[in-house]
Design a protein around this ligand. Sequence first.
Ligand code: SF4
Length: 364
Amino acid sequence: MKKVLFNLTDGELNQFVIDMGLPRFRAKQIREWLNRGAPDFSVMKNLPIDLREKLNQVAETLPVKIVQKLESKDNQTTKFLLELNDCEQIECVLMRTTYGNSVCVSSQAGCAMGCKFCASTLLGLKRNLTINEMFAQVLVAQWELRGDKLNDTRPNGDANNNDVSHIVVMGTGEPLQNTENVIGFLERANNELNISWRRITVSTCGIVSGIDALNTWGRPINLAISLHAPDDDLRTQIMPINNRYKIAEVLDAAFRFSDTHNRQLMIEYILLGKKNADGEIELFNSSPEHAEKLSNLMRGHNVMVNLIPWNAVDERDFASISGNAVHRFQDILIKNGVHTRIRRERGADIGSACGQLRLKNAKR
Ligand code: SF4
């Protein structure tokens, strides 16, 4: 297996160049390219061409390699299928928005949580990602934005158009089943890439011990809860984690976190329909009664409910609901004083819902 230079400490990288019979300053040059997200050695323009070729034969730059890259028609979203060193695959998405460039990072290869509407869990959990593997996803996006140009972060720390400015840990996997590495990764992103805490979001299906661990960690990041149902009966049907942690317990921990850090809590809510025996679509978790129940859970708290119209996953037997039903649901939340917005899945033309790219590739 080739050595992954990004994973080496500075001392180990020094030793690596010495072992190759190279002068020490090459280690510094290589490190600078690695920190910019260089996908291979051929882009390292200040190294002699024969050295770049030699390095390509014996080593890799990053612990993730692009297998597939899909660009949305509006050029605002790029989806990457990435391969890790042990050939596991993950997805990562770069979203160019009006407020900055956001990267959706995976925290695990696969997922053990078994949510019934999700493609990422269909092959089970393979393993946790390392700090470097999560960090490298951001560097892949950074390279996509900036290529070999140097970082030109403004003196006030604000990101430029060519910088990753936001991180959401919302890709494949449950971040709070890999809490220690996720925290290590976010500390690095804050330190080394200057991404402020308020521009970082961690999304969980509701692992209460993990939310408490984030609280103890004490950084004022944003927390998102994948709720997707307004009562325990319904939630248990689609999210097995609800057998372990009930809604009241999850929301208690989440409100505690957001109150402590003075942040607005994000609630993710996929609006699902289901076909009945006659082939008609019934509102699974998206009826007016469900909206009233959800309002009751949210009342009096500083929350933003993101309503996500269901995006078809071939392997899952849910159905999309009508635009009218989506708006009726939202109107009820608004009438009850709950902040809410409808979130369309970005880049719908490039690979449908989260997790499907990985799944399709694995089936080939
Ligand atoms: S929604 Fe998130 S937690 Fe649930 S199975 Fe998918 S990746 Fe895992």
